[in-house]
Design a protein. Structure first.
Length: 237
């Protein structure tokens, strides 16, 4: 999904009025909402932004439902089971999307199994391998290759799962991380949900990472400056 097209789609969402929405009444439609976890869940500022994001996602979904039709099928990344069991999995994930899913299911939407458990387990294992510090660049390159291959297999599965289960004239919801490479069929109309708080979160994370990097660099400089002083002290002794 090209970035310019995503921006245009998200801007167009607010312009859809009842008469204008008639052209969307037929065909398969899918809302795409980025999945955001809370990596800094101990930081009250980030948690506030995270809660704000999911509240705005909920409001945009409800806005679309009011102007078009209700969501009938739900697909959620990392979820391999459907129905109530899948809803419980989302609750345990604590990603922020649970209240949205729970509310839609209570209104009659059906949670589908978006992922294949074997493919997801393989992906998670390769992801763990990447977190290990390796001395061999060749080994690291091979592991990353396997990681990318398993990621593609997962995305292909999710793409097919949506295509095979989203019926004619149905409205679906996919919650999944951004920057995926899924290409849906041309007969699926995709609505990209991008609340204002999404950019706020990205800026917060960027600033946080830059501050941490600057602190690490300052610490390294301090260590290097301290080494000659320590050496001079040892020589005097």
């Amino acid at each position: 999904m090209a970035k310019e097209e995503e921006k245009k789609e998200s801007q167009d969402l607010g312009k859809i009025e009842k008469p204008e929405a008639e052209k969307f009444q037929k065909g398969r439609r899918l809302i795409f909402a980025p999945l955001l976890f809370a990596p800094y869940d101990d930081d009250p500022e980030f948690q506030k932004l995270h809660n704000k994001y999911w509240q705005q996602v909920k409001e945009q979904i409800e806005n679309l439902e009011g102007k078009l039709t209700g969501v009938s099928r739900i697909y959620h990344e990392y979820i391999c089971t459907e129905g109530g069991e899948g809803v419980d999995e989302i609750k345990r994930m604590d990603a922020g999307s649970y209240d949205i899913i729970k509310g839609l299911v209570e209104k009659g939407a059906e949670l589908m199994a978006a992922e294949n458990s074997e493919l997801l387990s393989e992906f998670m294992d390769w992801n763990k391998c990447l977190s290990v510090r390796l001395s061999s660049q060749k080994a690291a390159t091979k592991i990353y290759g396997f990681y990318e291959e398993s990621l593609k297999s997962r995305e292909d599965w999710i793409e097919k799962a949506v295509d095979l289960t989203l019926g004619e004239d149905e409205f679906g919801l996919l919650i999944m991380r951004e920057n995926n490479k899924i290409q849906f069929p041309s007969n699926v109309e995709v609505f990209y949900v991008a609340p204002p708080s999404l950019d706020e979160i990205k800026r917060w994370v960027r600033d946080k990472n830059e501050a941490e990097l600057a602190a690490e660099e300052a610490e390294e400089v301090e260590k290097k400056e301290q080494q000659p002083a320590d050496k001079e002290t040892e020589e005097k002794e």
